[in-house]
Design a protein around this ligand. Sequence first.
Ligand SMILES: NC(=O)c1ccc[n+]([C@@H]2O[C@H](COP(=O)([O-])OP(=O)(O)OC[C@H]3O[C@@H](n4cnc5c(N)ncnc54)[C@H](OP(=O)(O)O)[C@@H]3O)[C@@H](O)[C@H]2O)c1
Length: 427
Amino acid sequence: MTASPIGIGLLGYGTVGSAVDRLLQARQEDVTRVVGAPVEVRRALVRDASAPRDSNPRAGLLTSDFAEIRDDPSITVVAEVMGGIEPTRSWMLELFAAGKSVVTANKQLLARHGAELFAAAEEHGVQLRFEASVCAAIPVVKVLRESMIASEVNAVLGIVNGTTNFMLTAMAKGADYATVLAEAQALGYAEADPTEDVTGGDAAAKVAILASIAFHTRVTIDDVPHEGIDTLDSIDVAFAGDLGYSVKLIGQARRVEQGVVVGVAPTLVPRAHPLSAVDGSFNAVMLRGDAIREVTLVGPGAGGDETASAVIGDLMGVLGTSNSGFLRADGFFRSLPIVPADDVESALYLRLDVRDQPGVLATIASILADDQVSIDSVVQRASDGRAQLVIVTHPAREGAARHAIQRIADLDVCEGTPVVLRVLSAG
Ligand SMILES: NC(=O)c1ccc[n+]([C@@H]2O[C@H](COP(=O)([O-])OP(=O)(O)OC[C@H]3O[C@@H](n4cnc5c(N)ncnc54)[C@H](OP(=O)(O)O)[C@@H]3O)[C@@H](O)[C@H]2O)c1
C-alpha cells in the first residue's frame, strides 16, 4: 500500500520555485523511495497568482495569500524561494510558529538574520536548512555541517560568485570590464542590476554563512569586509597573468589564534593552485583542516535547476529526519572574535606608477623592508619616462605592508594611488 502523500509549500514560483516543482514531479519515483511516501507541492505563493507564466503551473497551485500555506495542516515543510528580507523574515518566523520546517535559498536573509531565525526554529522544534543559499548545486553546507563534524576545518576559501568568475575569466583573455559585464547580462549570468555581484556583496553573504557553519560561531554580512571587481583594472589582470597568476574574486574565512578572519577581494591565485583552473560561471570551495588536509568542491553555483536540486535535497533531509532531528538547527555554539585582516599575514601584489629613474626600486624596497616586508618578484614596464612597477611580496603582516605602501604612495616619484591586491599562497 502506498503511504499518503506528504504536502509541501513553496514561497515563490519563479526560476527556482518552478524548477523545484518540476523536478519533484519528474523524480517522483526516486523521491517516494527515499521519503517513504509521495511528495506533492500543495501550494505556491506568488505576488500575482493570475499573471500568465511560462512555467505553466497546474490549476489551483498558485496563491497570493501567505496564510493559505501557513495554515494548511497538510503542509509540513516549506521551501522559501522568493528572496528578499521582508516580508520573508516575518513569514519564516510565522511558519516556525505554525510548526513547519523551512528550507531556504536566501543567503542575504541568513547572513543578516540567521541568529534570530535559527533560534526561532529551535524554539519551535522545527528545522531550518539552507544548502541552496551557498553555491547552489555544490553541497558545501552539508559537507561542512555533517560530513566534517570531527575534522576541525580551519579555512574555507573559494570562488563563490559565478558572475564575477565568468567576467574575470574573459578579462584574463583581454576583454574589458564593461564589455564582459554586458556579455554576462546577455547570457543571464548577471542580474539586470549586477551591483551585489560585482561589489562582492553576494560573495560576502556566502562567506558569512560558510564562516558561521565552519567555525560554529556567528558571522554576519556586516562582519565581512568586501571589495568587488568593479574597481579592478584589466591591466592588473594582465600583469598578474605575466607573473603566473589568475585573478579571482576570493571569499575567505580563516580560523586564527585570536578568532576568525573573513573577507572577499580580488586576489592573485598561482596557476598551480586548484582554484586557478576554475573558470567561467563555476564556483569552487576549498576546505582545509588538520584531519582532512584539503577538500575542494567544484560545480555550478547558480541556475534554476541547480539551485532547485539543493532545495530538494534539503526537503528530503527534513522529511527523512522528522522526529529524529539528525542535527540541531543551531550549530553556532561558539563566539569567536572577528580579527581584522591587518593583523594576519598575506602576500600582496602592488602596482605603482613611478618615475623611471635610477634608485626608485631601491627606495621602495627599503621602505618595504622597514616594515619587515620582503619582495618575492618584480616586473617593470617603462615608457615616456614613467614605469609601471609591479611587486609581489612574500607574506607579511598586512597592516605593516599597508603602512609601507602608504609611505611609498607619498613619495614624489610615485603618481596616483597604488593598486593593492592579495595573493594566495600556492599551497
Ligand atoms: N536563480 C538562481 O540561480 C538562484 C541561485 C541561488 C539562490 N537563489 C535564490 O533563490 C531565491 C529565488 O530566486 P529566483 O531566481 O527564483 O527569483 P525569481 O525568479 O524572481 O522568483 C521569485 C518568486 O517569489 C515570488 N515573490 C517575491 N516576492 C514576493 C512577495 N512579497 N509575495 C509573494 N511572492 C513573492 C515571485 O512572485 P511573482 O512570480 O508573482 O513575481 C516569484 O514567483 C532568491 O533568494 C535567490 O537569491 C537563486
